[in-house]
Write a protein that binds this ligand. Structure first.
Ligand code: G6P
Length: 623
């Protein structure tokens, strides 16, 4: 959570930091700030609110000069969003500035050791800034002038390392000090941090999106790494038991993909991209001849995959909803018992995992702390962990035994859309592969592949319903409660439709299996509570129709998503959308699109900040 960026080099730092922060704003936007070193002076600007409303204006009114600096965009954990709690935070003498992503769990205890110190904020980060300051004073006082200053011998790097040895918790850190305006220090444990290598310049960032416009050569830092950067020098040391491992990676990233273009919001852009991103998720992975799927990075043999007799899928949020569809698919295609777990629960439960259990984590960002902890716990227990992940080079992508990338490109809108449909696509393919090495007949495999190939075009047709969906959205935009119902494969879609609406419009919305509604939630139904029914004309159509009638009998307005050719449903519902026919397990890929657009248009009609909904952040790298 929170975005951090740092720069040391020959260019002016302020515009680079500001641009980087704008690109990282999806990680948090409660407040933003930066500190820049100008000669031996440290200048800091920070402000509550999104960058455009706060920090940008401050800087326009009072620009910052200097070639070294650190910046931060915040998602509050300790201390409410305010100017005081915004980062950077300084040591008591105002010489050292730090930006931090993560949680210092023992900050109260550390604070008690800092007797006589006065704190301006309620943050854990300020305590760390003071602690680094104390160590810095000690080191400088004890050092002869002739002591080496390169790399981890630099007094700032040493102070950071000494302070971090006292810290329990997680951090991605960037630190500067007035005594040496040519040096930037970074450290990582549990929160991502990447070094960007430029020509006579270095960047630090919590995410490559912040720096990809300036360099493609990056070093993903590992936990316990401490990096000391000059404009032409980069030295990585480790606080862990092993020596630091440094590997320069080349980014495959199209900076334009992270631009909004002519779309009013990233979320709309990303919704409309889905025919293409789903195609990307399939590209090169269909094996027509053998009626199966193939993946390059599973790092498991077919024999190992065939030995799997249980699948556990830990995930969070939207990825958890994709996982739920995965459960249906693995059981249907491959008859493998599958459990979906909230990653935050899984990590603290002693879930019994059989010997041949495959743990499959699903994550867009590859940085979600709960999911990462689930991965580490599973690996510690000796299980193979595969990751379905979008962010290339992310911590989870690197720590998993193998995995499948979504290739959906950067997802910037905080409410996940295109990652979800890509996750579904990859899960269908993986379930197909698992099925085909068991008992799924080739004819069924061929049918799935053929139908999958027609999906991008069908998705275009669904997106072409945008104007009708907007009309429906405007009709119901004032509702205070919403239900989303579906059965079987469409139950996860109902959950995801409800989540999208909650996230960006703040309307109370619940997703339920359609038939479960009658066991309690139906008490909520009245003429002001709309229900969205995902009701394709499939094998459960008549059962779901009975559930729909139960809502109508209580005067609840119904918006139905059904299949083209259904001519009997329209008179029974208030609003209806017809989607192209497909195989039952594939219908979610079509059905979720109108639900994303519905949430989007309702949020816009209610004047909500669609790309930056209140209280949320895209990537939650704290527990
Ligand atoms: C956050 C986001 C959600 C996202 C979830 C899991 O809570 O706000 O939109 O679904 O994290 O993220 P991941 O990157 O692991 O898929």
């Amino acid at each position: 959570m929170c975005g951090i960026v740092g720069y040391v080099g020959k260019r002016q730092a302020c515009p680079l930091l500001l641009e980087g922060l704008r690109r990282l704003e999806y990680r948090g936007y409660d407040s933003a700030g930066m500190s820049v070193l100008h000669g031996r002076e440290l200048h800091t600007r920070k402000k509550k609110g999104a960058i455009a409303d706060g920090l940008s204006r401050l800087i326009a009114a009072s620009p910052l000069e200097g070639r070294t600096g650190v910046g931060h965009t915040r998602w509050a954990t300790h201390g409410s969003p305010s100017d005081e709690n915004a980062h950077p935070h300084c040591d008591p003498h105002g010489r050292i500035a730090i930006v931090h992503n993560g949680v210092i769990e023992n900050f109260q205890q550390l604070k008690q050791t800092l007797s006589g110190h006065t704190f301006k904020s309620a943050t854990d980060t300020e305590v760390l800034a003071h602690l680094i300051g104390v160590h810095y004073d000690r080191i400088v006082a004890a050092r002869p002038d002739t002591a080496p200053r390169d790399g981890s011998h630099h007094p700032l790097a040493q102070a950071v390392m000494n302070a971090l040895r006292e810290v329990i918790g997680t951090y991605g850190l960037a630190v500067v000090c007035v005594d040496d305006p040519t040096v930037l220090v970074g450290a990582r444990r549990g929160s991502p941090l990447v070094v960007g290598i430029g020509r006579e310049e270095h960047f630090l960032a919590s995410d490559t999106t912040a720096i990809a416009a300036h360099t493609r050569d990056v070093i993903y830092l590992n936990d316990h790494d401490v990096v000391t950067l000059g404009s032409t020098t980069c030295h990585v040391a480790s606080l862990g038991p092993d020596a630091a491992k440094v590997q320069v990676s080349r980014l495959e990233f199209d900076p334009e993909a992270a631009e909004r273009g002519s779309h009013p919001h990233f979320m709309l852009k990303e919704i409309l991209e889905q025919p293409r991103t789903v195609e990307n998720a399939m590209r090169g992975r269909l094996n027509h001849e053998e009626a199966t799927a193939k993946f390059g990075g599973l790092n498991m043999t077919l024999a190992e995959l065939r030995d799997v007799d249980q699948i556990i899928i830990p995930a969070c949020g939207t990825s958890w909803h994709a996982a739920l569809l995965g459960e249906y698919l693995f059981e249907e295609f491959a008859h493998i018992p599958t459990e979906v777990e909230y990653a935050s629960e899984f990590r603290y439960r002693n879930a019994p995992l059989e010997k041949h259990t495959l743990v499959l984590v699903i994550t867009q960002s590859g940085e979600t702390a709960d999911t990462l902890a689930g991965l580490r716990e599973s690996r510690r227990r000796g299980h193979k962990v595969l990751a379905i992940c979008n962010a290339v080079g992310s911590t989870i992508a690197r720590e998993a035994d193998g995995g499948i990338y979504l290739h959906a490109g950067p997802e910037i809108g905080v409410a996940s859309t295109k990652a979800f449909t890509s996750q579904l696509t990859v899960l269908i393919l993986l379930a197909l592969l698992m099925g085909r090495i068991r008992m799924l007949p080739p004819r069924r495999g061929q049918e799935i592949i053929r139908t999958l190939e027609t999906l991008p075009q069908q998705m275009e047709a669904v997106l072409a319903l945008n104007a009708s969906i907007r009309r429906i959205a405007l009709k119901y935009a004032a509702a205070q409660n919403f239900f989303f119902l579906g059965r079987q494969y469409n139950f996860p879609v109902a959950l995801e439709g409800a989540l999208k609406l909650k996230e960006i419009s703040y309307i109370h919305a619940e997703g339920y299996p359609a038939a479960e509604m009658k066991h309690g939630p139906i008490a909520m139904i009245d003429e002001n509570t709309p229900t969205v029914f995902v009701i394709p004309t499939d094998s459960l159509y008549h059962k779901t129709l009975a559930n729909l009638e139960e809502i109508k009998a209580r005067h609840g307005p119904v918006i139905a998503l059904t299949t083209e050719g259904n001519t009997t449903l329209a008179p029974r519902v208030d609003d209806i959308l017809h989607l192209p026919p497909t195989l039952e397990p594939l219908f979610p890929l079509l059905a979720v699109l109108p639900l994303q657009l519905l949430a989007y248009h309702i949020a816009v009609a209610r004047g909500c900040n669609v790309d930056k909904p209140r209280n949320l952040a895209k990537s939650v790298t704290v527990e």
